[in-house]
Structures are given as C-alpha cells and as structure tokens.
Design a protein around this ligand. Structure first.
Ligand code: G3P
Length: 217
C-alpha cells in the first residue's frame, strides 16, 4: 500500500521523506491556505522534493476552466496528479485531461456510485473521504470496501486513494480492505510506529545489556 502525505507543509514532507515513507503527496485548497504559500510555488517545490504523484487541486468548477487549470498545473512537473471535484464538470474534465496524458485524482468522493463514475471517466485515483463520512455517523470504511469490490468486479484500474484519514485504524482498515493508497496527515503516519510494549521492551533490553558493561562499538 502506498503512503501519500496529506499536507502542503514542506518541512513535514521533507521529514517523512527522509524516513522513506513518502510515496506521494496530496494537497487541496484548504491545505494550501493553511501553508500560507501560493499554489504554483509550493506545488512546484513539493514536486522537486517528492518523485511520486503530487496531487494539485483545481479551483475552477466549469469543465473548460477545470481543463485549462489542469493543463497549467500538469505542466509544472511530470509527477503532478491534477485533482478535480467529483461533479459532472469534473468528470468531463477528467476524461480530457487523461487523454492529454495527465494523471487525474478525482476528489470529494462520498459514495460508491460516484466512485463508479470516476472509474468510467478513467481517473488515475479516486479519493473517498473516510473521516468526513464518519464525522456524520456514516460508514467511511464501508465506502472503501464497496469501492474495492466494485473495482475488482470489473477490473477498473483506477487506484483507490483512501483520504480524509483521521486515525491509525483508518490506515489499518484501508490496508485490510486493499486500498491502493492512503493519504494521511503527517502526524497519523508518524504515530503508526507507536506501541507501549515496544517502548517497554526496548527499555528492558537496554537496561539489561548496560548491566553487563558490554558495548558493540
Ligand atoms: O486532502 C484530501 C483529504 O484527505 C482531506 O480530508 O477531511 O482531513 O479535510 P480532511
């Protein structure tokens, strides 16, 4: 399963990239606003750091304008995945941008029917938002499972990019279901390593070997 980092903060991307845990990056207009940077500049910088897909989201809503913005974003670097909303205009633009040769990430997906449309529009990635469904007491992981079944039924090549991830359990359950990618905030990815028994066991090992006075170097 690929790990994408859901942020536009250069320092966070760099830190995780040095751990070898960054297979790609996703941004969105809210993450761009939070970064305080301009879309073009920060996107170009992210692409210079990360070799995997970097999702950059359009801000237009009409298909012809989405296509124009997508072509501009896609021209920034070869690893750009143009992010378009799951609307009829977004789906129409997706087909055109894919025929142009760009990667396209169809975002703001909240139903399996929407995901079916994205696959039929030849999306490179579909971004179902787990956390935002859970936030309103709907079943975010159930959506990932439904999309996995449907895509496997018909051999759709669109990659399931599980998004809006809030917890390590979202990561675990996405892996169990077989999502191709998760995109998560840096903090969630970093917390995957945590377990109290690991910390306790390491402390005991180090204390015991210290009592022997031995050193390897
Ligand atoms: O960037 C796409 C998605 O992961 C954002 O989800 O709910 O954390 O804003 P959210």
């Amino acid at each position: 399963m690929k790990f994408f980092v859901d942020t536009a903060e250069i320092s966070e991307i760099t830190e995780l990239n040095e751990l070898g845990m960054v297979d790609g990056v996703t941004t969105n207009p809210s993450l761009i606003k939070k970064s305080g940077r301009d879309i073009i500049g920060v996107t170009r910088e992210i692409c210079s750091i990360v070799s995997g897909p970097v999702s950059a989201e359009v801000t237009a809503t009409k298909s012809d304008e989405i296509i124009a913005e997508g072509r501009k974003l896609g021209s920034l670097a070869s690893n750009i995945a143009v992010k378009v909303p799951l609307t009829w205009d977004g789906l129409k633009a997706c087909k055109t941008l894919r025929s142009d040769g760009f990667m396209v990430n169809v975002t703001l997906c909240f139903s399996a029917n929407q995901a079916l449309l994205a696959a039929k529009a030849d999306a490179s990635f579909i971004s179902p938002f787990i956390g935002r469904l859970d936030d309103i007491n709907l079943d975010g992981m159930g959506l990932i499972n439904d999309i996995r079944i449907i895509y496997d039924n018909f051999g759709f090549e669109t990659e399931i990019l599980a998004a809006s991830i809030r917890t390590v359990n979202h990561v675990l359950d996405s892996a169990r279901i077989g999502a191709d990618v998760i995109t998560a905030p840096p903090g969630v990815i970093k917390s995957l390593v945590n377990h109290p028994l690991t910390d306790k066991g390491l402390a005991v090992f180090l204390a015991d070997i210290e009592k022997t006075g031995q050193k390897i170097l």
